[in-house]
Design a protein around this ligand. Structure first.
Ligand SMILES: [Zn+2]
Ligand SMILES: [Zn+2]
Ligand SMILES: [Zn+2]
Ligand SMILES: [Zn+2]
Length: 742
């Protein structure tokens, strides 16, 4: 998803392999990003663009005039089954395919308002009623919708508006002979009921979750850092040749302290699983994707999306977000949806970064880019680049020249301030030399294709005069985009959210962390990696917060995990991943420790002896770890037993889903007996079975038993993921729910 789709990847790799050796050498040994870009760009042929265009056409990103009716009918089916959530999403899809001021859009809005009403989302329901009216909702259908409006207002305690709507309704009934007597009767009854309700209703106080979210958003840094404005005053920016730039604690930090609070420079929502149309049975996809539930710009969760007027894939939480996105970047991106999905999220972020950069001082940015293009070394921001960049920045302020003697930290401005802006983004390392020549060619050709489309669409208006000898302005931005795509390999930050799974009837809900978007956070990019970090990162909308997850002593480095965490992967696997994606060998404390400890494999995958219960050791043939025992068994045999057991557990889960908890418990208890004869007590499957048992007992209302099993599952999770992990948090939250219910 980050990189281009496989078809384009293999197409470009093949093109690369067929290039004359001399051309390959020219591109492989090109010393600057600009040379790589310009050489590759010259090789992009019309047939390549055609191939790419055909791939892009596979995505349904335009408004399809036949889709609204389809989605509305599908939505109505869900509505009748009382699946209001499902109905809401389908009506949203219908809305996103409708043109403004059509019957389609007004009907979809009106239907969605009904679904939202049933979900208790009264504010959103009111908004949708307004939208339905704005887009010309048919007169004859109005009364029912107005009744819903009055009901929402009553529920929300907005008495004055409610009474107004009720009396409007009454007078319109009086003037409307079109209603049948029966219809009139029903409306009258409803009105009377509403009037009474309106009189009883006290004004409502703010609901708790809203208040909580607000409290979290308002949480600010203790003292702002003069050098790094998005960081707290407890940390400071340092640089040395070995570690590059990094943050250290300037005082003792307690667990939970907020260290960084940074809004993404740009972020791009992951469309989610969105296979090209040719892979689908129906022309229209009815599945729920991220794009249906989260704002395209601010990433807020919303059921009542507002679509872009021009395309069907960009949906927002509000008109404000839509307008802001349009002004900043979507006016250019709107018609490029299919191409951007084909080229992947990294290309999309690269484009958006340059679009947003135009709003900082565009001519300054251009000058900086040209400085970079002429520069010889692109693998790292060497002194030269810095001096050059700085000269650009300097302008005429001579009093600052004294500071030139001590080169500032890359990405900082003249006053040594490191802000979350394009200047900082620009100085993130692209590690050009570490990428394979094929990969650089793929990125360069993809960006070239994007530039050609931008040029053809005429959406790139010159922002500033380009110094002679630097190519066209679009070329300059092309080089910048190539740099961003390469930077993203090491600097992209996954924006995650917690998604709740399982039906709402379940008293104990499951939750998991899912990737929602990818963003660039220049300040968070300053943090170095550790497989056992001392911070944790979380997100609200596009804002990331970094908190200390343990005590950090004064002078210690602030560390963050890039993904390979010691509780999720073994050292060898982590090293491999860090080397291939981030180009370094990890020597963090966890990696050092593991090097010294014996490689018996993680406890959550261990088998135990059937006679004495000790852990089994070895590769193909496993031997009992106890010296007084001679038991041995082949790994293949144990693996096949494990697979059988997993199948049984799968069947138990099916029973649980189908509301047959008793059957599930029977089956799971059998599985447990089986597991005891060959799996270690800390095996992850053993933990999962305990979790399933906890859910089954909860479904029967036996909180006591449920809690006992959940506590056992908790022990396994702690072994596997560590005491301060997100996974542990989820389990503890479930336990709290159980204790509350019990
Ligand atoms: Zn939004
Ligand atoms: Zn659009
Ligand atoms: Zn490590
Ligand atoms: Zn044994």
């Amino acid at each position: 998803m980050d990189l281009p789709v496989d078809e384009w990847k293999s197409y470009v790799f093949q093109k690369w392999s067929l290039l004359p050796k001399s051309t390959q050498v020219t591109i492989s040994t090109a010393e600057t990003l600009s040379d790589i870009f310009l050489h590759s760009s010259l090789l992009l042929q019309p047939e390549d663009e055609m191939f790419l265009q055909n791939l892009s056409r596979g995505y349904l990103v335009e408004k399809d005039p036949n889709a609204p009716l389809f989605y509305r009918e599908e939505g109505n089916k869900k509505f009748q089954q009382k699946d209001y959530m499902g109905a809401t999403v389908l009506y949203s899809k219908g809305i996103s395919h409708s043109r403004p001021h059509t019957a389609d859009i007004s009907l979809c809005y009106a239907n969605r308002s009904a679904a939202l009403f049933h979900l208790g989302q009264h504010e959103m329901c009111l908004k949708d009623i307004m939208s339905a009216q704005m887009h010309g909702y048919p007169e004859r259908l109005q009364p029912k919708m107005m009744l819903r409006k009055a009901e929402c207002l009553v529920t929300l305690g907005r008495r004055q508006e409610a009474s107004q709507t009720i009396s409007d309704l009454e007078s319109s009934f009086a003037a409307k002979p079109t209603l049948t007597a029966a219809q009139f009767q029903i409306l009258q009854t409803n009105l009377c009921r509403l009037k009474m309700k309106a009189q009883e209703k006290e004004s409502l106080t703010e609901t708790f979750p809203a208040a909580l979210t607000k409290a979290l958003e308002d949480m600010d840094l203790k003292g702002e850092n003069g050098q790094v404005p998005s960081a707290s005053s407890s940390v400071s920016l340092r640089t040395d040749p070995l570690r590059g730039r990094y943050l250290v604690a300037t005082k003792d930090i307690l667990p939970g302290e907020l260290l960084v609070k940074e809004d993404a420079f740009v972020s791009v929502l992951h469309p989610g699983e969105m296979p090209p149309l040719c892979h689908l049975e129906s022309k229209w996809d009815t599945r729920v994707t991220n794009g249906d539930l989260y704002c395209h710009r601010c990433l807020d969760h919303t059921l009542a999306t507002v679509p872009c007027d021009g395309c069907s894939y960009a949906k927002y939480c509000s008109h404000d977000c839509m307008q802001q996105a349009w002004d900043l970047y979507h006016s250019v991106e709107c018609s490029l949806g299919g191409l951007l999905l084909t080229l992947g999220v990294f290309c999309h972020i690269a484009l958006r970064s340059t679009l947003v950069a135009r709003f900082e001082d565009a001519s300054k940015v251009i000058r900086k880019l040209c400085g970079e293009i002429r520069n010889r070394d692109t693998c790292s921001p060497e002194r030269e680049t810095l001096v050059q960049t700085l000269t650009c920045d300097l302008g005429g302020e001579s009093e600052n020249k004294g500071k030139m003697l001590e080169p500032p930290v890359p990405g900082c401005d003249l006053n040594g301030k490191y802000e979350s802006n394009y200047n900082a983004v620009f100085h993130l390392l692209p590690h050009t030399g570490n990428h394979s020549p094929e990969h650089r060619f793929l990125c360069a050709l993809s960006v070239s294709a994007l530039c050609r489309r931008l040029e053809a669409a005429g959406c790139y208006k010159p922002a500033a005069a380009v110094p002679p000898g630097s190519g066209s302005e679009l070329d300059v931005w092309g080089v910048a985009m190539l740099k961003h795509v390469l930077q993203l390999h090491c600097n992209a930050q996954a924006i995650t959210t917690i998604q709740h799974t399982g039906s709402k009837e379940n008293s104990v809900t499951n939750s998991r962390q899912v990737r929602l978007a990818t963003g660039i956070f220049p300040v968070i990019s300053l943090l170095n990696h550790s497989c056992s970090p001392n911070t944790s990162v979380s997100f609200i909308s596009t804002v990331a917060t970094v908190r200390a997850s343990q005590q950090i002593g004064k002078g210690q480095e602030i560390l963050h995990c890039y993904g390979p965490h010691q509780s999720r992967m073994r050292a060898a696997e982590r090293q491999q991943k860090l080397r291939s994606q981030y180009f370094f060998d990890c020597s963090c404390a966890a990696c050092q420790n593991e090097k010294h400890s014996a490689a018996t494999g993680p406890r959550w995958e261990a088998f135990c002896c059937r006679s004495c219960g000790a852990l089994m050791q070895g590769d193909d043939v496993l031997i009992c770890g106890s010296t007084s025992c001679t038991e041995s068994v082949s790994r293949d045999h144990l693996i096949s037993r494990l697979q059988d057991l997993q199948q049984q557990v799968g069947m138990a889960r099916k029973l649980l889903r189908n509301d047959k908890p008793e059957g599930a418990i029977q089956l799971l208890l059998g599985c447990q007996r089986d597991a005891q004869s060959f799996l270690s007590g800390e095996h992850s499957l053993v933990g999962e079975m305990e979790d399933d048992l906890a859910q089954a007992y909860a479904a029967l209302g036996d909180w006591q038993k449920s809690a006992t099993h959940l506590q056992k599952s908790l022990q396994v999770v702690e072994v596997r993921h560590g005491p301060s992990s997100v996974e542990m948090g989820h389990e503890l939250f479930k336990l709290a729910q159980l204790f509350f219910n019990g």
